[in-house]
Design a protein around this ligand. Structure first.
Ligand code: C2E
Ligand code: CA
Ligand code: CA
Ligand code: CA
Length: 275
């Protein structure tokens, strides 16, 4: 039993070392990817429920690794958050997305809104609003077209200074939306205090619509709550017509999801939606 224990122990430390090495190499690879501009943005259309027209676009980052191929954000954003790499990465995302939208507009595209995801770490930067204001000036993108997506948990983590940052962003003319809404525990009273414009219903609730009574009920409640607070509401992860129709009837303003389109590389997005 004893030798078996030792074997287990050895196995355990070996696999820990392997995990640590894998993590380290992922971190240094990501650092290098950032320097070599191996990150790309994909764009997913956001669609108006009533008109079925594309009124906005969400920028979603991917890592184009020369060996591993396209790596999804869930595999490197958490690591980027832990290591602080999210700060230069987030700055790259914001600058690239603003530049892209401005280029489309200058080429004659309609003025779509641009949604960019903001991580918790970025949100904690005291000079965030100043930095973003500067970026908007550089690109010439009208602030009204930019929308920042923050998760419920990000907002909860940064109570006081977070509020100042939200106010400063709002003062620039930028719109704010709460991403993955419904997965945290925001109360109506809390939401009312926040200077926000939009709620995005998390796709975990959208998935069960219409069969799952709980999911349908939660989505309908979020929509009703948003309307009461004069917030716009968008459902994410809409994959079926039944989901879209249910959400539309419940009063949801907009949606995004595979039903309409997957996130697309910039050139494909422009070809399909900007003519
Ligand atoms: P998110 O912001 O909640 O983005 C929505 C995710 O759902 C995206 O995954 C999108 O591709 C996916 N999606 C869209 N429509 C559907 C659908 O109909 N069905 C299903 N099952 N999924 C759908 P993606 O692109 O892999 O991004 C995952 C997460 O990574 C994002 O979740 C966001 O939290 C994070 N992320 C992506 N880009 C950035 C970024 O530039 N900065 C930061 N901080 N986070 C990012
Ligand atoms: Ca998002
Ligand atoms: Ca989301
Ligand atoms: Ca999410």
């Amino acid at each position: 039993a004893k030798s078996q224990g030792r074997n287990t122990y050895r196995y355990y430390t070996e696999s820990l070392t392997r995990a640590a090495n894998a993590r380290l190499s992922l971190e240094s690879r990501l650092r290098r990817a950032l320097e070599r501009e191996e990150l790309v943005l994909h764009y997913q259309p956001q669609v108006d429920m009533r008109t079925s027209r594309v009124t906005g676009v969400e920028a979603l980052v991917r890592w184009e690794d020369p060996d591993a191929g396209l790596i999804p954000p869930d595999r490197f954003i958490p690591l980027a958050e832990e290591t602080g790499l999210i700060i230069p990465l987030g700055a790259w995302v914001l600058a690239s997305a603003c530049r892209q939208l401005q280029a489309w507009i200058e080429a004659g595209a309609p003025p779509l809104t641009l949604a960019v995801n903001l991580s918790s770490h970025q949100f904690a930067q005291p000079d965030l609003a100043m930095h973003i204001g500067h970026e908007l000036q550089l690109t010439g993108l009208p602030p009204e077209l930019l929308e920042l997506e923050l998760t419920e948990s990000t907002l909860m983590q940064h109570d006081r200074r977070g509020m100042e940052t939200l106010e400063a962003l709002r003062a620039l003319g930028i719109a704010l939306s709460i991403d993955d809404f419904g997965t945290g525990y925001s109360s109506l009273a809390y939401l009312k205090q926040l200077p926000i414009d939009k709620l995005k219903i998390d796709k975990s609730f959208v998935q069960g619509i219409p069969e799952d009574r709980n999911d349908a009920e939660i989505a309908a409640t979020i929509i009703a709550m948003a309307r009461n607070l004069n917030l716009r509401v968008l459902a994410e992860g809409v994959e079926t017509e039944a989901q879209r129709d249910f959400l539309r009837r419940a009063g949801c303003d907009a949606y995004q999801g595979y039903l309409f389109s997957r996130p697309l590389p910039g050139a494909a997005f422009a070809r399909q939606y900007l003519r």
